[in-house]
Design a protein around this ligand. Structure first.
Ligand SMILES: CSCC[C@H](NC=O)C(=O)N[C@@H](CO)C(=O)O
Length: 664
C-alpha cells in the first residue's frame, strides 16, 4: 500500500487550485484490460479518459513495448487480445460506418483490418490455441412473431409508433432499456477474416468466458439453457460446443450458477466457479475442477471468499484467480492439490464513482509475468506488472493532475458494532490539509448492493466531498461481501436490520476521534445505501439533512417493478410479496416515514429500471404529505448507474453538497 501511495505526492500547496474540484473529473484517466503478450515482453491496455464534449468515458489502446516505451496504438478500441504466437492482436474497433467490428493488427507487417462486417457488436473475443480462428459472442434477432396485423399505412404517412407487445418474463433491463427480441450466440471466424459461423442456436443467451480446448476443436462456455431459464435466474451450466457438428453438451448439472470455465494446458483439468444454490441473499462462489470429460467434480478451494476469472498458468503450476478480502481485491494461485498462495493486492480499475472494491482483469505470460491494474484511495486505476513477486506500476496517467492537488487522506478504522459481537471495517477520508484539532462536518456515505463492499480504492465522488470540507465516513456494515458468507447473510431476510446499528456505531466511533462536529452530521447513500439512508432517518433525528439516492422505499412495489423481479422475491424474501405482505412492509422504509423529521432530498435517474423512480416518488409524496422539508431531483435519461456520465456525477455531488450546505 505504501509503495503505491507514494505515486501521488501530497506536498502540493493548499490553494483553491490545489483542491480536487468538479472540473478535474474530466482530466482523470484510468487503465483497464491489461493484456500481456505470450512472451511477456509487451503489455497492451486500454487508456480511458473523459470526453468533455460528449460527456462520456472513452478510451484508446496503448502499449508498453519490450523496451519499456509507452506508445499509442489504436484509437477508440476495446478488448485487445494477443494471438497465441504473439504476432497479432485482435481487438474491437470501429469500421468506416462507425460500427463495432472484430479487427486484427499484424505487428511485423504493421497492418490492421476489420475481420468482420457484422450488424451487431462482437464481445468475448478469444483466439483458438492454433491461432487460426477467433470465437466471439453476438446478438441475433429471434424470429419475429407478429401478433396482430394492421392495414398498410399510405406511403409517407406519419402514423403513431405501433404498440409494443410484451410476453416474456424479463422484458427490460437497467441500462439497456426495453429488451429487443435478440439472443446472444457464439460464433467463430477465421483469423484471416471471412464469414462468421454461428455455433449456438435457440432462445437462450450465451456469454461470459470462452475456453478453447487445446486441440482447437471444442469450446467451453456457460449459459442458462434450461427450459424454464427465466424463472431460474441463477442456474447456468457449462456447455461443451463441438465445432465439427455444432453439438452442445452440458458438462455441469447442479442447481446453481456454474461459469468461467478454464482449461489446464495439458487439457486434463477444467476449472470453473459456482455454488450449490441455497437461495440465500449472498453465497460464496467457489473454485471447482473436473476432469476433461466432466467427471470427478470437486471443490479445489475451501475458501470463504468469492473467486473470479480462473486462468491456468504452466509457470505458476496452477489456476490464477481473483477475490476480494475485506475491501481489498487480490490475485492468487491455487495448485491442483488445493494449495493457495496470494500473489498481489490492490487490484482495481476504479476512477470516478464511489469506492466499490472489485478486481481488475489480469493476463499471464508464458514466463509467469502477470499484467493487471491497481488502485488505492489516492490513485485511480493504473497499469501494473508482477514478475516473481516484484510489482511495478507502469503508468502514471494522473500524476500530471494529482501531483498538483491535495487529496483527502484515507485511514481505515475497525470497531465493534453495538449490536452483537461483530467487528466492522470503515474508512475515514479527511478534508485536504486536515487539522485534527478542528471540528468538521461529517458525511456518512453508504454503499449499495447491499451484497457489495467498499474498499481501498480511488473514489472521485468522495474526494469532491472531502474537498468541500467534510470528513467522509464509509463503512462495510454486516451484509457487505468480502468477509465471508455468514457476515453477508447476517441481513438475509433481515435487511435493513442490525446494519443500521453498525452504521450508527461507525458514526459514534468517528465522533470519539474528536474532530467531528456532532451537530453537523449528514447522511447519504445510493441504491441499497438509499434504502439504509431512508431507514436511518426513519429511526433517528441525529442527522441535519439526508440525500436518499435511487432507493427502494417499498419492497412490495419494488419486487414487482424492478427489472430483476424474477430474482429478488426468491433470494431476498421468503416468497412472493402477496404471500408475505407483513414481511415485505416491515423491512420497507415507507413503514417508518411517519417518524421522519430530517430534511430529505431524493435523487434518482428517470430511466432507472433497477430501483424505479416510482420508489423515490412514493417517498417524496409521503414526505410532502407530512410537510417535511423535501426535494426530488430527477436525472433525465439516467439509469441505475446514476453517475455513469461525468456531468451526471458532477450534478449528483453538487446537489448533495448544496442540500447539506443549505441545512447547516
Ligand atoms: C437495493 S435494490 C438493488 C440495488 C442494487 N443492487 C443490485 O443491483 C444496488 O444496490 N446497486 C449498487 C451497486 O451494487 C449501486 O450502488 O448502484
Amino acid at each position: 500500500q505504501k509503495q503505491l501511495s507514494e505515486d501521488t505526492d501530497q506536498t502540493a500547496k493548499s490553494t483553491n487550485d490545489s483542491l480536487f474540484q468538479p472540473k478535474d473529473i474530466f482530466q482523470l484517466e484510468f487503465a483497464s484490460d491489461a493484456q500481456i503478450s505470450p512472451d511477456g515482453s509487451t503489455i497492451v491496455y486500454r487508456r480511458n479518459w473523459f470526453d468533455i464534449m460528449n460527456d462520456r468515458s472513452v478510451g484508446d489502446l496503448w502499449m508498453i513495448n519490450a523496451a519499456g516505451k509507452h506508445l499509442p496504438m489504436i484509437e477508440s478500441a476495446t478488448s485487445p487480445r494477443w494471438s497465441p504466437d504473439g504476432t497479432r492482436l485482435a481487438y474491437v474497433g470501429l469500421d468506416r460506418n462507425g460500427k463495432r467490428q472484430l479487427f486484427c493488427h499484424w505487428f511485423a507487417e504493421d497492418r490492421s483490418t476489420a475481420l468482420t462486417h457484422l450488424t451487431e457488436s462482437p464481445s468475448g473475443i478469444t483466439w483458438s490455441p492454433d491461432g487460426k480462428q477467433i470465437a466471439f459472442f453476438m446478438s441475433v434477432a429471434a424470429k419475429a412473431k407478429p401478433f396482430a396485423t394492421l392495414p398498410a399505412k399510405p406511403k409517407g404517412a406519419k402514423w403513431a409508433d405501433p404498440p409494443k407487445m410484451i410476453t416474456k418474463l424479463r422484458y427490460r433491463s437497467d441500462g439497456a432499456g426495453f429488451l429487443p427480441d435478440k439472443f446472444s450466440h457464439l460464433f467463430v471466424v477465421s483469423a484471416d477474416g471471412g464469414s462468421p459461423r454461428q455455433l449456438t442456436t435457440g432462445d437462450f443467451n450465451h456469454n461470459g468466458t470462452v475456453a478453447w480446448t487445446s486441440d482447437s476443436k471444442e469450446i467451453l462456455i456457460s449459459a442458462n439453457r434450461h427450459e424454464d431459464h427465466e424463472y431460474q435466474p441463477n442456474n447456468s451450466e457449462i456447455y461443451r460446443v463441438r465445432l465439427a457438428d455444432r453439438s452442445i453438451t452440458a458438462v455441469t448439472d447442479r442447481v446453481g450458477p456454474d461459469g468461467s470455465p478454464a482449461i489446464s494446458d495439458d487439457g486434463k483439468t477444467i476449472a470453473f466457479v459456482g455454488y450449490d444454490d441455497k437461495f440465500l441473499g449472498n453465497q460464496t462462489q467457489t473454485l471447482y475442477v473436473m476432469d476433461s470429460d466432466g467427471g470427478n467434480k470437486r471443490k479445489l478451494l475451501e475458501f470463504d471468499r468469492s473467486v473470479g476469472s480462473p486462468k491456468w498458468s504452466n509457470f505458476h503450476k496452477g489456476f490464477l484467480f481473483t477475490y476480494v478480502d475485506q475491501g481489498n481485491a487480490k490475485l492468487a494461485v491455487v495448485s491442483l492439490d488445493g494449495e493457495m498462495k496470494k500473489l498481489a493486492d490492490n487490484l482495481g480499475s476504479n476512477c470516478i464513482g464511489r469506492p466499490y472494491a472489485g478486481p481488475s482483469s489480469f493476463t499471464v505470460a508464458d514466463n509467469g509475468a502477470i499484467a493487471f491494474c491497481v488502485t488505492t484511495p489516492m490513485m485511480p486505476g493504473e497499469l501494473a506488472r508482477l514478475d516473481e513477486g516484484d510489482l511495478q506500476v507502469l503508468t502514471h496517467l494522473n500524476n500530471d493532475l494529482l501531483e498538483h492537488k491535495v487529496l483527502g487522506e484515507v485511514t481505515e478504522q475497525r470497531f465493534p458494532s453495538s449490536a452483537g459481537e461483530l467487528e466492522i471495517q470503515s474508512w475515514i477520508m479527511v478534508p485536504p490539509n486536515f487539522d485534527p484539532s478542528k471540528k468538521y462536518p461529517l458525511i456518512l456515505e453508504i454503499h449499495g448492493g447491499p451484497f457489495a463492499a467498499y474498499g481501498d480504492v480511488f473514489s472521485a465522488e468522495l474526494q469532491l466531498m472531502a474537498s468541500a470540507g467534510y470528513v467522509v465516513l464509509y463503512v462495510n456494515p454486516r451484509g457487505s461481501t468480502s468477509y465471508g458468507q455468514d457476515f453477508a447473510n447476517e441481513i438475509h431476510h433481515n435487511y435493513p436490520g442490525q446494519d443500521y446499528d453498525d452504521l450508527m456505531s461507525a458514526v459514534d466511533t468517528v465522533i470519539a476521534n474528536g474532530y467531528v462536529d456532532k451537530d453537523r452530521l449528514y447522511v447519504t447513500g445510493g441504491s441499497g445505501g438509499g434504502v439504509l439512508t431512508a431507514w436511518i432517518i426513519g429511526s433517528t433525528n441525529r442527522f441535519k439533512a439526508a440525500v436518499v439516492a435511487k432507493p427502494v422505499i417499498n419492497w412490495y412495489s419494488f419486487a414487482l417493478t424492478s427489472d430483476a423481479y424474477n430474482f429478488f422475491y426468491k433470494y431476498w424474501f421468503p416468497g412472493l410479496p402477496w404471500d408475505h405482505t407483513e414481511h415485505y412492509m416491515k423491512r420497507s422504509p415507507i413503514s417508518k416515514v411517519g417518524n421522519v423529521e430530517t430534511p430529505t432530498m431524493l435523487l434518482t435517474g428517470e430511466a432507472d429500471y433497477r430501483t424505479p423512480i416510482s420508489e423515490s416518488e412514493q417517498y417524496y409524496q409521503a414526505l410532502k404529505l407530512r410537510k417535511i422539508d423535501a426535494a426530488m431531483v430527477r436525472i433525465p435519461g439516467a439509469s441505475h448507474g446514476i453517475a455513469a456520465r461525468p456531468s451526471h456525477l458532477l450534478a449528483k455531488v453538487a446537489y448533495i453538497l448544496k442540500w447539506f450546505a443549505t441545512h447547516p
